[in-house]
Design a protein around this ligand. Sequence first.
Ligand SMILES: Cc1cc2nc3c(=O)[nH]c(=O)nc-3n(C[C@H](O)[C@H](O)[C@H](O)COP(=O)(O)OP(=O)(O)OC[C@H]3O[C@@H](n4cnc5c(N)ncnc54)[C@H](O)[C@@H]3O)c2cc1C
Length: 321
Amino acid sequence: MSGILIVAEHTRGALAEASLELIGAAGIAREKLGGPVKVLVAGEQAGDFAEALNRLGVEEILVAQSGNPHFDAAVMEEAILVAARAQQPALILIPHSASGGSFAAAVAVALGSGFAADVIGIGFAENGLTVTRAGFGNKVNVELDFPGSACVTLTVRGATFKAPEGAGSATITPLAVPLEGLAGRYRHVGFEEAPVSDVDIGKAEFILSIGRGIQDEKNVPRFAELAKRLGATLGCSRPVADSGWLPKPHQVGLTGKVAGNCKLYIALGISGAVQHLHGMKHVETIIAVNTDANAPIFNVATHGCAMDVFTFADALEQCVG
Ligand SMILES: Cc1cc2nc3c(=O)[nH]c(=O)nc-3n(C[C@H](O)[C@H](O)[C@H](O)COP(=O)(O)OP(=O)(O)OC[C@H]3O[C@@H](n4cnc5c(N)ncnc54)[C@H](O)[C@@H]3O)c2cc1C
């Protein structure tokens, strides 16, 4: 078995960025596992995404056209099994998403492959492929290997790997998937839009984030204005979002968004709970401001100021004029 099979994801006419990030992850794995790297895209509009998926490092795009306009886990599972039985890949990469989670484990069982979910790192050791995933509520990173597994299926966390920039020269091949017997296994009930927001924590390069340390909702506009003047996106910890001080899309962390593109993160009055760190501890430069010099946020901070957030804001406001 050799090579890598990537499973692309799309929703309501839009390709998920995670699909392209998996091509980046495959680039790392293929150094040891070898090629080819193939991308499978399935669904009624599958062919529409072939061009966008044709990125550097992809040899072939398999297009499994199905008549169902909605996501169908049974069709996905069947399409992957058809592709995997033909290709015999050493690695299958699936986005760690609600959709990916609905078929990934079933695929692994059907193929008898190794399996790990929510993977945040890929490496190699004596026993071959190793992966990193978080354990114990994100308190520790766990490293797994798969001795004896000729094939491994992984769901990979979004905003973990970088999508390759350049266009590829992949061939595009239709993949026939027998759909008889699949109809009715899943029923599409409806689609609920997430609240619209002009904040995209996942894409922001500079985030100024506020926590419970700002004391009161009435102080939010001051920090929102400061973020605007600095050219930063306003982020927050969960209590700030839960209290309704800021809408949910501003929340950074495990049940919020991962600051996947962020280069500079200023944490104001945030203690640094593991669930918050999950969304930002990887950021290159972190500046933390907290009156408690022992706050865990200082364990991940590049620069720490054990001081009052309002005094810090006074100084920053003077700097930016
Ligand atoms: C399943 C689960 C999922 C979760 N998901 C998330 C998530 O996605 N994101 C998230 O953020 N949290 C999440 N949480 C909550 C998390 O555990 C923490 O409760 C939360 O991050 C704490 O937010 P905070 O740092 O703003 O508040 P606190 O922990 O109350 O910290 C406030 C900090 O402000 C400091 N402070 C107070 N006054 C000042 C001042 N004047 N100047 C400077 N510093 C001051 C204090 O010293 C303190 O360290 C989750 C929890 C669970 C159980």
